[in-house]
Design a protein around this ligand. Structure first.
Ligand SMILES: Cc1cc2nc3c(=O)[nH]c(=O)nc-3n(C[C@H](O)[C@H](O)[C@H](O)COP(=O)(O)OP(=O)(O)OC[C@H]3O[C@@H](n4cnc5c(N)ncnc54)[C@H](O)[C@@H]3O)c2cc1C
Length: 409
């Protein structure tokens, strides 16, 4: 049984980035994952889209998304310079295409909403749209230009985080966490694996994506209400330069996007299905994505088909993440990033590491306290859970100076 300052359940982009930041702050960190990168972090398209992902009800989430987008340039610059991994962060902007006149009206309303929030976007006429994206099908009535919605190669990002975590001294353990270990009824002191091994820790972070709900030992009122939302992406290889921007659209009501990498890879996404943990690729979803993408960009039909990838987004009841104290001493939750976990990686990593080291949640985290979903149980009162949302006593702060870990990143 090993002991760490911080044990992290899950080695997707969220768990790894928190591990990296915690190790940089002098903590001894262990990440447990049977197959890091096997989850949504590899299937994602890598859009960094605070504006084109904005819906009329998401103002708190917009603030978090914008904060993370603003941190992206420095985050990836540091990551790449430390690891030597180029994550293909492209400041390419996003074109949202209107399919028909009704779509154009909806985009105009969205544009007005953006303006009311001070978010930058520009309406495009049909002619301006074709000038911006010459590969688009003829006759589309117009669109919206989101100059600050960019992209990153999420697979390279994950690979870079693995290297960075290793360089910073993080211990990776290839194991499935079966349960959290509780001491004294209300304090989490580590995790147990399905092979019967135990790892003790001062703080345990639950960041197992859509699988976060299934770890045993977490009381019902604290267990994060994460649910799997299946998604499929396709990877094609087209002519380099076919698209210079991310293109999003809705073909006869079916949303589709195309994300062009620098090397000619094109990621097309994404289906959204309530199918539990069924990770089999569904032929109908592949067909519809190809059909709709090629309707917007006809030349796609000539591209090489490389891969279909399926995973599950970690959804939450309000589509926003759960970030912060759990209500159990020693357990922090960082999951539920749903459609925006790649975008939210920098802010999640910084703010959760800050919470663990300093013991208080930042103002950015407060609206996303996991306690907003807490249900009272017979064993534990609602007050004790609610107090955890902002308690300076939670999680137990770690004396970085006393930690034996050498900071190597
Ligand atoms: C089709 C699709 C497209 C997407 N596109 C975008 C996009 O363009 N932009 C964007 O920002 N976001 C996008 N997302 C969302 C994004 O991928 C997720 O929000 C993000 O990857 C969540 O990261 P995570 O680390 O929390 O979870 P995951 O990447 O799912 O990682 C969870 C990890 O936990 C591990 N694990 C599971 N159970 C256990 C256990 N018991 N013990 C130990 N480890 C365990 C798994 O092996 C996995 O490695 C997309 C998602 C999908 C599915």
């Amino acid at each position: 049984m090993g002991h760490s300052d911080v044990a992290i359940i899950g080695g997707g982009v969220i768990g790894l980035s928190i591990a990296w930041r915690c190790a940089q702050r002098g903590l001894a960190v262990t990440v447990l994952d049977p197959d890091p990168g096997a989850g949504a972090s590899s299937t994602a398209a890598g859009m960094l889209a605070p504006v084109t992902e904005l819906h009329f009800d998401g103002r708190d989430l917009l603030a978090l998304n914008l904060a993370s987008a603003a941190r992206y340039p420095d985050f990836v610059a540091e990551l790449s310079s430390r690891t030597g991994v180029d994550v293909d962060f492209r400041r390419c902007g996003t074109v949202q295409v209107a399919w028909d006149a009704a779509d154009l009206v909806a985009l105009r309303q969205l544009h007005g909403f953006h303006a009311s929030l001070g978010v930058s976007s520009t309406m495009l006429t049909g002619r301006e749209l074709r000038a911006a994206v010459p590969a688009l099908a003829a006759g589309l009535p117009g669109g919206l230009w989101a100059e600050n919605d960019h992209q990153v190669d999420n697979r390279r990002l994950h690979a870079a985080l693995l290297v960075a975590a290793d360089m910073a001294g993080v211990t990776m353990v290839a194991a499935t966490v079966a349960e959290i270990i509780m001491t004294g009824g209300d304090r989490v002191t580590g995790v147990g694996t399905d092979a019967g091994e135990r790892f003790s820790a001062g703080v345990t972070v639950l960041s197992a994506g859509a699988w976060s709900h299934g770890i045993a030992g977490i009381p019902a009122d604290v267990r994060p209400p994460v649910r799997p939302i299946k998604g499929q992406t396709l990877r094609l290889r087209g002519p380099v330069g076919l698209l210079d921007h991310v293109v999003r659209g809705s073909v006869k009501g079916n949303p589709v996007y195309l994300v062009p990498r620098s090397d000619g890879e094109l990621v097309i996404g994404a289906s959204s299905e309530e199918a539990g943990f069924d990770l089999r690729a569904r032929a109908g979803a592949v067909y519809e994505l190809l059909r709709d993408a090629a309707t917007l960009v006809p030349e796609l039909s000539e591209a090489e088909f490389v891969e279909v990838s399926t995973s599950v987004r970690p959804g939450s009841p309000d589509n926003a993440p759960m970030l912060g104290a759990s209500g159990l001493d020693g357990l922090v939750i960082a999951t539920g990033h749903y459609r925006n976990g790649i975008l939210l990686t920098p802010v999640t990593a910084d703010e959760i590491a800050g919470l663990i080291v300093d013991g208080t949640p930042s103002a950015l985290l407060t609206p996303f306290a996991p306690a907003r979903f807490a249900r009272p149980s017979r064993e534990r009162s609602r007050d004790s859970v609610a107090a955890a949302a902002g308690s300076p006593h939670f999680p137990r702060t770690i004396d970085v100076a006393a930690s034996s870990t050498e900071v190597r990143a």
